[in-house]
Design a protein around this ligand. Structure first.
Ligand SMILES: *Cc1c(COP(=O)(O)O)cnc(C)c1O
Length: 369
């Protein structure tokens, strides 16, 4: 079976982790944490980095830093991971959804303005499968209506919009370093910002809101969302070769596209002329005219030894949110279609050309070519 993803861990990761183990700095204090925070912030063109335990809590803390009032609204794409909606809901606010752009699968920027009300305080931008959102129209709306931008760049390490790195656009930006992300710490996340006040708050929330002036005295409620030095050691080693990792992802993307381009009824990932796509996952969408949905396609691919993953199911189609009275009777046709018809092919950093050939042959055979 060709796995959908496999992390690429090298000698340097081992060396740095060994250094932690031998030195005894295995918790959330240690030199790798600060170095990873600084270097990641620098890589993305931001001032402050705050490492946290995963991408989900990075989003939760990011929303909290904005100091929103309960029932304030945050506009976000329906087509994303539930972490985005949870971050808004756990802060007592309301997610307001927009559909996806059918070509890039990122949020359809033409649908944002009509969703803005006097309660709207922020837009949560999510780059999808390695392709950036169309940022300029979003930034213009943010300026016009005085909205904050929360950027979720978990799937877009090193991706660029008009030459600027994803994660460098938000008032506050979030990353995940889960094992399937382009650089990984196993579990892990980071918040980036240029705003010193947000950085201070995020550091405090991450660490139980211990006060600097008096340690076990608390004036706010915090969390233990700390990353360990061990994890940061892996992250730093990964970051030191991110260029090579991104080149590999882009190579995988190119290899797939060359081989699948001619197949009718199959929509492949794109790269808009304003974008650098890092092809985090190579997502394909079957035309409904093929009379096959992604679930059936995935099953047939599995029989051929190819592992895949389904696309996100939109937030407006989640039973838990209906139960909470959210998004009832809302419809987003693009997100609904790609959720039903989309899947991603093996896209891991260990993938070989031979495996790509095998995957593409299986795809062609199933689609009758
Ligand atoms: C992976 C991911 C997250 C969540 O990150 P975890 O580290 O798994 O909590 C959030 N947003 C997006 C877009 C992701 O792909």
């Amino acid at each position: 079976m060709i796995p959908v993803n496999e992390p690429l861990i090298g000698e340097k990761e081992l060396k740095y982790v060994t250094e932690c183990l031998k030195g005894g700095w295995i918790s959330s204090t240690g030199k790798f944490i600060e170095e990873f925070e600084q270097k990641w912030a620098e890589y993305c063109g931001m001032k402050y980095g705050i490492a946290v335990s995963n991408g989900t809590v990075a989003l939760q803390v990011a929303v909290r830093c904005l100091d929103l009032e309960s029932h304030d609204e945050v506009i976000m794409p329906t087509f994303t991971i539930i972490s985005c909606a949870l971050a808004v809901i756990y802060n007592g606010c309301k997610p307001v959804l927009v559909d996806s752009d059918s070509e890039t699968c990122t949020m359809d920027v033409t649908q944002i303005e009509e969703k803005i009300t006097n309660k709207t305080k922020a837009i949560m931008v999510v780059h999808i499968y390695g392709h950036p959102c169309n940022m300029e129209p979003i930034l213009e709306l943010a300026q016009k209506y005085n909205l904050k931008i929360i950027e979720d760049a978990a799937e877009a390490h090193g991706a660029e919009y008009k030459g600027k790195k994803c994660g460098g656009f938000g008032d506050i930006s979030c990353f995940s370093f889960y094992a399937n992300k382009i650089i990984t710490t196993g579990e892990g996340g980071m918040i980036l910002t240029n705003n010193e006040e947000y950085a201070e708050k995020a550091r405090s929330y991450r660490n139980l809101c211990f006060r600097k002036d008096r340690r076990f005295y608390h004036t706010e409620l915090g969390y233990n969302f700390r990353l360990t030095n061990l994890q940061a050691a892996i992250g730093l080693a990964q970051l030191e070769r991110i260029k090579e990792l991104i080149e590999k992802k882009r190579w995988i993307g190119k290899m797939y596209t060359e081989r699948l381009r001619e197949i009718k009824g199959l929509q492949l990932p794109t790269e808009k002329d304003w974008a650098k796509n890092v092809y985090w996952m190579y997502g394909i969408v079957l035309d409904e005219k093929t009379n096959m949905n992604a679930a059936e396609f995935a099953m047939r691919l599995k029989e051929a030894g190819v592992d895949t993953r389904p696309f996100f199911l939109g937030m407006h189609e989640q039973p838990i949110f209906h139960k909470m009275g959210l998004f009832k009777d809302e419809h987003y046709p693009v997100a609904e279609r790609i959720a039903k018809q989309g899947l991603y092919l093996p896209s891991g950093l260990t993938l070989t050309e031979e495996q790509i050939d095998k995957v593409c042959d299986a795809v062609k055979k199933i689609l009758g070519r």
